[in-house]
Design a protein around this ligand. Structure first.
Ligand code: ASP
Length: 311
């Protein structure tokens, strides 16, 4: 069996990878370790534009969280979306997987389920996040109307970078060789209320199958949903592609989909892990996607290959 391994999105993926690697090295199952990693980022209020409480809210100033989990051995999965006041949406998604016959709960009903499961209701806002939201919405304060910030008007124009991206995706392989994955986010900053991206959608933001591999995504969720991104990557690996080739093909497919609408490809990135412990990652241009890889005792940061529209 390969050594345990973890890969996780963006620079804060280091926090996730370090926590998940400790768990894997203790012999814990892949999904448990991925959850430990994701939760470490949900808990980190210094990740201000990002995952969990303290992140940037929607256009109305409300912070809603999305998450999903998947176990590669059984294909069991769970998801929640548009959940307010619950600090650990990934743990809640796991409860959906384990305690209900369903896969996906949303909004108030997901919150109701969280309360039933003993999750506390908590205040998700920080002074910094509220201040930034107010600064970005002077018209809202003056005229009492919601004026959307420009970056949200066309998905292909949304420039996802370290200042407004919001997802940690953690993929793990445990000592038994099983795969697990968790994806957790507050979604795109200043999204329309009710908007849900790829992150909590099984097959879009995450897909994990011990027989083929695990994949996750980050970036403009609309473009990832359009091509069933993570499922696409896993199916490429099932067909014999390496994780790197599979991620590059997904980026090309995003570009091809954008070309059919006559727009530039939006910023998206994919990362993947195959059953042999090989990893890969790729992103569209302008995405500047960094990710963490942890193996043994060591976590390193890598820069993903950019795949332009003409690749
Ligand atoms: N994929 C997330 C979403 O669309 C955002 C991100 O990863 O930056 O909600």
């Amino acid at each position: 069996m390969p050594d345990p391994i973890v890969i996780a999105t963006w620079p804060f993926g280091k926090v996730a990878a370090e926590a998940a690697l400790k768990s894997l090295n203790r012999g814990e199952p892949a999904l448990d370790a991925a959850l430990v990693g994701a939760q470490a980022v949900e808990n980190d209020y210094s990740v201000r534009t990002s995952v969990g409480f303290g992140s940037l809210p929607d256009r109305l100033g409300r912070l809603t969280l999305d998450a999903c989990v998947m176990d590669g051995k059984t294909l069991s999965c769970g998801a929640v979306a548009a959940v307010e006041h619950i600090k650990h949406p990934a743990a809640l998604a796991r409860r959906v997987m384990e305690k209900t016959p369903h896969v996906f709960l949303v909004g108030e009903a997901a919150k109701w389920f969280a309360l039933q499961q003993g999750f506390p209701l908590e205040v998700p806002y920080t002074t910094e996040a509220i201040k930034e939201w107010l600064e970005k919405h002077p018209d809202f304060r003056k005229k009492g109307e919601v004026k959307p910030p420009a970056p949200c008007d066309n998905p292909s124009d949304i420039n996802v970078d370290e200042h407004n991206h919001d997802t940690v995706t953690v993929l793990t392989q445990d000592k038994k060789g099983n795969l697990g994955g968790v994806c957790t986010t507050s979604g795109l900053a200043y999204k329309l209320p009710g908007r849900v991206g790829d992150s909590p959608i099984i097959g879009a933001g995450l897909y994990v199958d011990d027989l083929a591999g695990a994949a996750g995504a980050t970036g403009v969720g609309e473009e990832i949903i359009r091509i069933c991104g993570s499922s696409f990557v896993v199916e490429q690996m099932r067909g014999g592609k390496s994780p790197q080739e599979a991620c590059e093909l997904a980026c090309k497919r995003v570009s091809a989909a954008a070309a059919r609408r006559g727009v530039h490809p939006a910023a998206v990135a994919f990362l993947a892990l195959d059953p042999k412990g090989n990893t890969g990652a790729a992103c569209t241009t302008r995405t500047n996607f960094k990710y963490a890889v942890g193996r043994g005792e060591k976590v390193e940061m890598l820069q993903a290959k950019e795949i332009g529209p003409d690749a």
